[in-house]
Design a protein around this ligand. Structure first.
Ligand code: FES
Length: 186
């Protein structure tokens, strides 16, 4: 008698349960967006069906929309290149940050993380007089500044510096390079 036939004759009460182990969720990294993989993990919890766990994630701070002030009424900000040559002087409003203004006026300041303090590609060097008027950088900003190329005493992250009226005339000099982008060949 074959083994299969013997198995059929075995009383059901003596039958040992068999388990099939399957992955509760099959996630294809090539299909789902990265944010989904990071933020949601679905796991079966014994006796309670599927439970969705959402992990804490930081929502990136977006640099804002810029409304251009009437010429002559805004807060002046001058961008210079790493050699001290003026790129352009623009006018912003109170609360505008340097990175947003740079993008708005086509100044080549990268800002890879779009203001979420997760890179140092918006690094600028502020003129000393205006640097002293700025609020102290917080720990997050200091951590990223530590990674910046060509760090100087008056270095700041452009996405974290917001214009105020007493910063009128501020100068933001771009470094010769950033961690992710080489700028001018020096
Ligand atoms: S844009 Fe990344 S830290 Fe400012």
């Amino acid at each position: 008698m074959s083994r299969n036939t013997l198995n059929l004759l075995r009383p059901l009460t003596n039958a040992r349960p068999t388990y099939t182990r399957t992955s509760p969720v099959s996630i294809s990294k090539s299909v789902l967006p990265r944010s989904t993989l990071r933020s949601e993990i679905v796991r079966p919890i014994s006796g309670s069906g599927l439970k969705k766990r959402t992990l804490h994630t930081t929502i990136p701070r977006q640099h804002g929309e810029i409304t251009r002030p009437e010429p002559g009424t805004g807060i002046k900000l001058t961008f210079k290149d790493s050699k001290g040559n003026e790129i352009k002087t623009i006018e912003g409003n109170e609360g505008d940050d340097i990175l947003s203004l740079a993008h708005e006026y086509d100044v080549d300041l990268e800002g890879a993380c779009e203001g979420s303090v997760a890179c140092s590609t918006c690094h600028v060097i502020i003129d000393p007089e205006n640097y002293d008027k700025l609020p102290e950088p917080d720990d997050e900003e200091n951590d990223m500044l530590d990674l910046a190329f060509g760090l100087e005493d008056t270095s700041r992250l452009g996405c974290q510096v917001k214009l105020t009226k007493d910063l009128d005339g501020m100068v933001a000099t771009l470094p010769s390079a950033t961690r992710n982008m080489y700028v001018d060949g020096e």
